[in-house]
Design a protein around this ligand. Structure first.
Ligand SMILES: [Zn+2]
Ligand SMILES: [Zn+2]
Length: 395
């Protein structure tokens, strides 16, 4: 799947639901509007509370209990799917789309935080849903090369917009696939959260990067990339722009990280067109591998795109390398690793598989899963074709 150098433009149509939520339709669109009479979901109790003992902010979001649930199995029938064309979110056909979550934890204009005995703040940020394809069944592994290139271009487009909001310090593109990680809808989709503060895991990484820089005057992420490149026994697939490897110290038995090799590739919008095509290839390989790891069906996973958070000067953290971390909960076809007391309360993970053994198993499946007949991944440039007047938020 070589870099083709041929550019495809992808139109973006900026629409609004009647309840004010943004809807971005990518590709062909005939001008139909989403329903203008649907009432919004009331979120009166939504706010953040500060845990004084950990320094962490916790979102209090009781309205999430109203979320729809459809059984996320292959037997799931498309007509009940709210994400299929003609459903309540997209009442018309689409090629790919992004909309603001109907049940958000974070909002551009959140309700005021209640005054309580402890510290509170408004739940400011964004929660968006990314629809990869109008087809109800499938995954990142089964998208066509064009669809996959479009999804990456859409992640770049949305990340760019969300990073431009000065308050945003952290933007997380992610996907929960499968019932085992709490996905409530099976239609191929992911999500994006933007936060106005640094969550705990980001703070831990930033401290590690800063400490390494202070001591060695070099980039810790570059060192990790080199360590992974040198570790043939943890490598899942070769890729010119990314390492595709089981990390040295994985929390999860079949964890895989896809990490940008180039220093300076810190966020999705930093990627060159060649790197985007290589990212498509890497993600497809990993998900194909998970799809074939066990005979009785695809492995559930959490996929998180780690982009450089904004540091104290609002600049992207300099020594951060973009990565896509895949965190599948299985340790065997029928056994889930339960994140129990020690992992949850202490953050001390116990991995009962040898990372090199998992990597050998994944690499063998990955070799067999390589698709020689994949069409080349096109370059995709998003072009906004319409703007709503009167916007009071940055898209
Ligand atoms: Zn669907
Ligand atoms: Zn680096």
């Amino acid at each position: 799947m070589p870099y083709t150098g041929c550019m495809e433009t992808l139109a973006r149509h900026d629409l609004r639901h009647g309840d004010g939520r943004w809807l971005f339709v990518y590709g062909e669109h005939d001008g139909q509007q989403p329903p203008q009479d649907a009432p919004g979901v009331a979120l009166p109790a939504l706010h953040l509370r500060h845990d004084a003992l950990t320094g962490q902010w916790v979102a209090i979001s009781p309205a999430r209990n109203q979320r729809p649930q459809s059984r996320p199995s292959l037997a799931d029938t498309a007509p009940s799917c709210p994400l299929c064309p003609g459903g309540p979110e997209l009442p018309f056909g689409y090629e790919a789309a992004v909309f603001e979550n109907r049940f958000p934890t974070l909002l551009a204009a959140p309700p005021e935080a209640p005054a309580l005995a402890g510290a509170t703040r408004a739940s400011h940020g964004r929660c968006e849903v990314v629809l990869y394809t109008p087809t109800h069944e499938g995954s990142l592994a089964t998208l066509t090369s064009q669809e996959l290139a479009r999804v990456i271009a859409i992640w770049v487009d949305r990340s760019q917009a969300l990073w431009e909001v000065p308050e945003h310090r952290y933007v997380l593109v992610f996907e929960n696939r499968g019932e085992d990680v709490g996905a409530t809808l099976s239609h191929p989709h992911g999500q994006i959260y933007a936060l106005d503060h640094l969550p705990g895991m980001a703070r831990i990484r930033l401290v590690a990067l800063a400490a390494h820089r202070t001591v060695t005057e070099t980039c810790l992420s570059c060192a990790v990339v080199q360590q992974d490149l040198d570790a043939a026994d943890r490598t899942i697939a070769e890729n010119p722009s990314f390492t595709v490897a089981v990390p040295f110290a994985p929390n999860w038995p079949f964890e895989v990280h896809v990490r940008a090799r180039r220093h300076g590739a810190r966020r999705l919008p930093d990627l060159t067109l060649e790197e985007r095509a290589d990212l498509a290839r890497a993600l497809r390989t990993v998900v194909r591998t998970y799809d074939r790891l066990y005979p009785d069906g695809p492995v559930a996973y959490m996929m998180v795109c780690q982009q450089a958070p904004a540091d104290d000067t609002a600049e992207p953290s300099a020594d951060w390398h973009l990565s896509f971390d895949f965190l599948p909960p299985n340790r065997s076809p029928d056994k889930l690793k339960v994140r129990a007391s020690v992992e949850t309360a202490a953050g001390f993970f116990i991995n009962d598989t040898l990372p090199e053994t998992s990597a050998a198993q994944l690499a063998a499946v990955s070799m067999a899963a390589q698709g020689a007949s994949d069409a080349p991944v096109p370059d995709v440039e998003v072009i906004p074709v319409s703007h709503m007047a009167g916007s009071d938020i940055t898209r």
